[in-house]
Each structure stands twice: as structure tokens, then as C-alpha cells.
Design a protein around this ligand. Sequence first.
Ligand code: GDP
Ligand code: GDP
Length: 455
Amino acid sequence: MAVRARDRRTVRSVALPTVAIIGRPNVGKSTLFNRIIGRRQAIVAERSGVTRDRQFADADWGGRTFLLADTGGVVEGPSGPMEREIRAQVEAAIENADAIVFVVDGRVGLHPADAHIAELLRKAELPVTLAVNKIDEPVGNADHIEFYELGLGDPVPVSALGGKGSGDLLDRLVETLPEKGSTDRAPADLNLAIIGKPNVGKSSLVNRLLGEERVIVHAEAGTTRDAIDTYLDVDGERVCLIDTAGLRRRSRVDDNVEFYSRLRAASAIQRADVCLLLVDAREGATNQDFRIGEEAWAAGCGLVFVANKWDLGEDRGPEILAAFERELKERAAFLRFVPIVTTSALTGLRVRKLLEVARQVQGERCKRIATAEVNEVLGKLTRRRQPPQGGRGDVRIFYGSQVATCPPIFVLWLNRPHELAEHYKRYLHNGFREAWGFEGSPLRIRFKKREATRS
Ligand code: GDP
Ligand code: GDP
């Protein structure tokens, strides 16, 4: 089988800066979030299975890409004094972001809670862009002026609803992001992220890996997010464990643990080649696990499903594992192509193997199939079963080629791409999987139009 040496990827190791939107409830944070990600959300919604109520998304402005997070709001909660709540939530945002957009309500005017948030933000050494929202008619309006009092620099009047001022806001925001070059790091052979819900054993696994493998550079936790990655030497290959310090540091904000663990996962997924998706084996996989896995898959990451805490079920035989696998594969179609490893971060059971499987997945993900071989397999598949006829005549597939690796993308050229039935696309997909495996990696096939002369 013609497989070329896998391509080295370094691009993903560059961290996307994270921007958190914070502010009191009802000031318009979600509206602003949607305004900024704009078109993008429509694209996200197109990808089947991805949740609609996104709180994170990539955003682009002036050539800069960042991960935007809508924190849901600083609430004046019932569970404790207001100041404590606000402090906890602002600290969590500061800890997890590279820059902050602080939204206030220009119609309501300066609120005591705004002043309190501002005080915390001034102490943090993090860039803050102050958005005075709901200024729908900016001409002759001076409602934003009083927010100079917050001591956070120039307030930017915007209307998240109508869109006015949002360009200025974004100009200001991207200026505050860390320089592109400052997030460049040493290239790794494999960028590995450990993702999953709280308490499944992610931190324990990281510590176990650091204990067992040779650590090349163990960077100190610093102000830039890339300083919290760790490089391991695994049989001469450089494996970068993404966001290790973030995992080893427990969040202090109980209410927000889930939100920030999702934000952390989203940010890690952006940078990872392969994700280890951990679940607690006793609990099985939950909808949240599937959602995290699906996000990694949609982002083009390789995936290994890890059933951790395997030590806790002494009597778990192979039949239990088989049942576990069956259940997973029934519940989410993409998991049919994902390897499952049972581990114990506590005892070290199969932790070494996990790294091997992750490296295999990366090998599969970066595999390249020669064009001649693509067409040989394509020819066999179309001869075995012809494409169903479209409404206006024969649908003919002329040829195909792999146009990208890491993850693999194939393009097939045909006369009527829009008339190719979904079930036939699935048939080709399965045929490609059967021929080449790509285990643990997403596989994409695109269908493009070409006139019949090329057959
Ligand atoms: P969040 O709780 O901070 O996320 O606030 P939302 O985004 O849910 O917005 C709260 C309310 O303010 C909603 O009714 C929005 O339609 C409204 N709103 C948000 N942005 C604007 C704006 O720029 N102008 C006006 N007039 N209303 C807005
Ligand atoms: P995280 O929130 O995903 O980082 O989870 P932690 O690593 O903090 O683990 C949560 C709890 O599960 C801790 O009490 C760990 O000691 C325990 N734990 C983690 N991995 C294992 C395991 O493989 N077996 C057992 N028995 N306990 C584990």
C-alpha cells in the first residue's frame, strides 16, 4: 500500500488566544457574542450534531483569529455575598483568558457591580476592552462618557443588537491580543490534549505521564498560555502535552467548573493533533462526553476514547469491555472509528499504551494515499455498486484524489455532485475506511463538479 511518510504538523501548536466576555446579566453579552462570531455560527450549525447553544467559537478580525467565550455572566448569586461571587467569577475568567471584553449597559449607566468588576480587572495584568452596549444611536449620544470612571481606558460605545460600533470594538480588541510571534513554540511531533468532564482523572493521568516519561522541558506556569505545556520524549519523538498546568491546578470556582472545563477543552482542541477523551468507566459515557468528542472530531482532531478508573471494577472481564464498546458505537456513529483504551491513572495500567495508541492515531491521521491507489479503490467501489441515477440522468464519478492530510481530505470529481444520494456518499465513505483504515482520525470526502469531458 502506497503510504508516504507522514507529514509533520507544527501549525496547530500555536495557541489561539482566548477572549472572555464578562459583565453583569442582561447587558448584552450573548448578543455581542453572536454579533462577533456572526457568519461563523451559521457554519457551526451546519455541522450535524454540534450543539447549537455554543458558548465558544473561533472568531476572525483583521487577520487575527481568537477563541471567543461567552461566560454567561457575573451573577449576584443567592449562595453568598455578592462581592464574593463576583470575585470568584472574574478571577476564573482572568485565569482562563488572554484578554477580556467587559460589557456594561449604556442605558442603565454605571452600576455598583460594574465598579466592583472593574476594580478586580484593574489589578489583573490582562488587557481589557470596555464595551458600553445598547448605544443604538451613537450620534450625539454621550452615555458612554461616565464609564471613564472605571479606569479601564476609553469606553467603546456599541450596539450589539444593531451592529454599530462593533468594528471599532474589534479593532481595539485585536490590538490587545498577544503578538502572533509570541505564541510560536518549538514544533512537536505530536500535540496531545487530554479532555473530558471534571473528575474523570485528567489531572491524575497528566501526573502519571509526567512520572513515567522523560520530560524534556517542563515550562513554568507563566502569563502566556503556551508556557503551561509540557514536552515529553517518547522513544525519540517530541510529544507536547497541552495545558498541563491548567489541568493540575484545580479551579477555585465550583459553580463554573463545568463551563471552564468546556472552555479549556475547546481551547485545547484548537491546538491538538490528537485528543484523549477520558470518561469514568464506572459511569460510562454521558451526553457531555459525546459532545466534547464530537467537537474534537469536527475540528479535525484524532481521537482516542479512554475508559479510566478501570481498576475500580475488579471483576471487569473482556465481556464488560465488549458491552462498553458496543454501547459507545451505537450511541455515536463516529466512535466506530475511534480506538478505546481502558486505563487506570491511579495504578498506571495501560498508561504507556495510551501514548502508543495516540501516536498510531496521528500516523493514520497524516497518512497519504497515492492518487493511483485512490482511483483503484474508487473504481472497485463504483463497479461493485453504481451511483444511483439522479433526476436528470446518470451521476458519474470521474476520479478522486487526496488533497490534504492531518486530517485526510479527499476530493471526488463528478458530473452532478448535488444529485449524489446521501446513502451512496456513506457507501463511499465506508469503502474508503475499509481500504485504508484511518483509525482514530476523521475522514472527509468532498464532492466537486467537473464536466464530462474529463472521464
Ligand atoms: P447577557 O445576559 O449579558 O448575555 O445579555 P443578552 O445578550 O441576553 O441581552 C439582554 C437583553 O438586552 C436582550 O433583550 C437583548 O435583546 C438586549 N440587547 C442586547 N444588546 C442590545 C443593544 O445593543 N441594544 C439594545 N437596545 N438592546 C440590546
Ligand atoms: P480531573 O478533574 O479530570 O482532573 O480528575 P482528577 O485527576 O482530579 O481525579 C478525580 C478523582 O478521581 C481523584 O480523587 C483521583 O484520585 C481519582 N482517580 C483518577 N484516576 C483514577 C483511576 O484510574 N482510578 C481510581 N480508582 N481513581 C482515580
